[in-house]
Structures are given as structure tokens and as C-alpha cells.
Design a protein around this ligand. Structure first.
Ligand code: HEC
Length: 199
């Protein structure tokens, strides 16, 4: 069950991420290369059996509280970290320069979206309010610590809900409109509301 949830989530994240590019949005990094992006995603989620995601979080936003936020870091910084960070030296013998370039491409893509991370616990959001930039690409990341799935929804036009399985992490991505206040919630627990301030 857990495994199929995880796979379903991955598949969904994949579709969402790819569909984000279908619209040829202005925020796509210069020189965006779908092949390199795919390879970077593979490295990010799989290298060394845990991926960079195993410590830095699936969204590279320190969701797990282990590795710091690495969205937008370049290849030089990754090389430096692999060579110098004690937690990461095991990667030195595993990762190739081509894989470093690919994962940097993937991180450049994540770096185009401003992240906010919230946790859902016993039907409540922690924190209960986040602030994101108005008129910019954002990624609202949910760490679902509850026993049930969360259909993660935002009260904004054109934002498709994403199912975040129990004890997994998922995200909705969109480009915010003008300044104002939105709400995000799990359809299964509508009493718990997250206030999203755009400014
Ligand atoms: C086993 C856990 C672990 C894995 C796997 C891991 N990291 Fe790290 N990473 C860390 C920790 C912990 C730090 C912070 C170390 C410190 O500050 O002392 C770090 C630091 C970094 C930094 C430096 C941050 C900065 O501000 O310059 C970068 C860049 C980085 N990691 C990228 C990656 C990439 C890319 C991968 C995958 C190829 C990866 N890490 C895999 C744990 C990990």
C-alpha cells in the first residue's frame, strides 16, 4: 500500500512537472533540456540508493530537516559539497561529473519556484500561515504526517489538487496571481486550513 502510494505520487509529480513545461512558461531556466532534466531527476532521487532527496528532501527544500535547502545550487557548489561535506563523501566514489551536471540542471529547475513547506498533523497545519511572492512561480510542499491521504488543494484558479499519501510529501506548483490571500487544505480534513498570503 505504502509502496503503491509512493509510486502513484511519483507518477503524479512527474506528470505535473512535465505538464508545467507544456505551457512553455517564462520561468523555465535558460537552456532547459528535458533529457538532462530526466537524468538529473534520476540522480536526485536514486544516487547511492537514497538520492540527494533522501537527505535534502524530495523538493530540495529541507523538508526532512537533514540536508539544507539546495534548490538552485550550481555544479561547482555540488562538487564542493561532495568533496567537503562529511555527510556526502560516500557519494564521491559514486557520482560522475555528468551526473553532477544533470542534477545541477534539475536543481536549477527547482530553483525557479519559491518553496514553502508545511506539515499536516492531526488535521492541522504547522505553520498555519505561509507567505509567498505574488505573481511568481511557487511550490507549496506538504509533509503529510496523518494516517489518511490528503487531497492537497489550493483555492486558486487553475491549480489542480495533488494526492499526498499518508506519511509522504507532495506539492502543488503554480504561478501565483496578484497579491492577496488564498487558502490551502486537505479535502479529507477541510476544517484544517492553511492561510497563504501572497505579497
Ligand atoms: C546522507 C545525506 C546527504 C545526501 C545523500 C546528500 N547530501 Fe548534500 N548535504 C547533506 C548535509 C547534512 C549537508 C550540510 C552539511 C554541513 O553544512 O555541514 C549537505 C550540504 C550540501 C550542499 C552545500 C549547501 C550549500 O549551501 O552550499 C550541497 C550543494 C549539497 N549538499 C548537494 C547535494 C546533492 C546535489 C546531493 C545528491 C547528489 C546531496 N547533496 C546528497 C546531506 C546529504
Amino acid at each position: 500500500m505504502r509502496r503503491s502510494n509512493r509510486l502513484a505520487h511519483l507518477a503524479l509529480a512527474w506528470v505535473l512537472t512535465l505538464s508545467a513545461f507544456a505551457g512553455a512558461q517564462a520561468e523555465v531556466p535558460d537552456g532547459f533540456d528535458p533529457e538532462l532534466w530526466r537524468e538529473g531527476y534520476r540522480v536526485f532521487t536514486e544516487i547511492g540508493g537514497m538520492g540527494c532527496a533522501g537527505c535534502h528532501g524530495r523538493y530540495g527544500a529541507n523538508e526532512l530537516g537533514v540536508g539544507p535547502v539546495i534548490r538552485g545550487v550550481d555544479a561547482v557548489r555540488i562538487e564542493g559539497a561532495v568533496a567537503g561535506m562529511q555527510a556526502m563523501v560516500f557519494l564521491q566514489a559514486l557520482i560522475t561529473p555528468a551526473e553532477i551536471d544533470a542534477v545541477a540542471h534539475y536543481l536549477a529547475y527547482l530553483g525557479t519556484m519559491e518553496p514553502a513547506v508545511v506539515t499536516m498533523r492531526r488535521g492541522e497545519f504547522e505553520p498555519a500561515e505561509v507567505t509567498l511572492p505574488a505573481g511568481a512561480p511557487v511550490q507549496l510542499i506538504l509533509n503529510n504526517q496523518d494516517r489518511g491521504d490528503c487531497t492537497w488543494s489550493v483555492t486558486a484558479e487553475g491549480v489542480d489538487p495533488v494526492v499526498v499519501g499518508s506519511r509522504t510529501i507532495g506539492a502543488v506548483d503554480w504561478t501565483t496571481a496578484a497579491a492577496g490571500t488564498l487558502e490551502a487544505f486537505c479535502a479529507e480534513a477541510p476544517d484544517g486550513r492553511l492561510t497563504v498570503v501572497l505579497e
